[in-house]
Design a protein around this ligand. Sequence first.
Ligand code: SF4
Length: 221
Amino acid sequence: MYQINEIFETIQGEASYTGTPAIFVRLQGCPVGCAWCDTKQTWEAKDTFIVSLEQTLEKKADSEHWANASAEEVLAVFNARGYNAKHVVITGGEPCLFDLVPLCELLHNNGYTTQIETSGTFEIKAPAQTWVTVSPKINMRGGYEVLASAMQRADEIKHPVAMQKHIDELEALFEATGVTPKLVYLQPISQKAKATKLAIDTCIKKNWRLSVQVHKYIGIN
Ligand code: SF4
């Protein structure tokens, strides 16, 4: 069973799949503890917040409520709601708290592509075809280390930045894990002008790419 915080259809606003219609499946639970996390409602999976899957679909605002659902029930939601998107983004929370193989395989068998967005601090259990976005969360409060195996599996690295320290930490991680990723996106935190300039300057210098969270600029989820 998967712990579902919400499921919705939108446009992917970040990194390589920017602009792609996508169904987001947000899973509940994350112990990583990023101070600037914008989905803190997913951190804890308290029993007192369990609701029906239908109720998670009808949420009008972020909340800690979540539902247990099988892979088949998740797919049934896509069909019942008439979603058109054929790309599924499994995010969180930290989706790698779960074995994502059954869900991704079921989706692949039904004509969907899959992508996961993970902090890289838990073993990635997903099929080879799944696009893996690692947003390495370095030195966060929860005390989890970014795994070398996650860095090796990543199809792209997406790194939030606000100051030079964040770029230095990323390069130190490449060094420590022995992984030099081909595709690195820097993403300014909170659309701040200073962070955006730093990200642009660094991308040009290192031949990395800029990810600006398009959905926040156009005011969609
Ligand atoms: S890993 Fe993601 S969900 Fe977890 S605290 Fe960090 S930003 Fe939030």
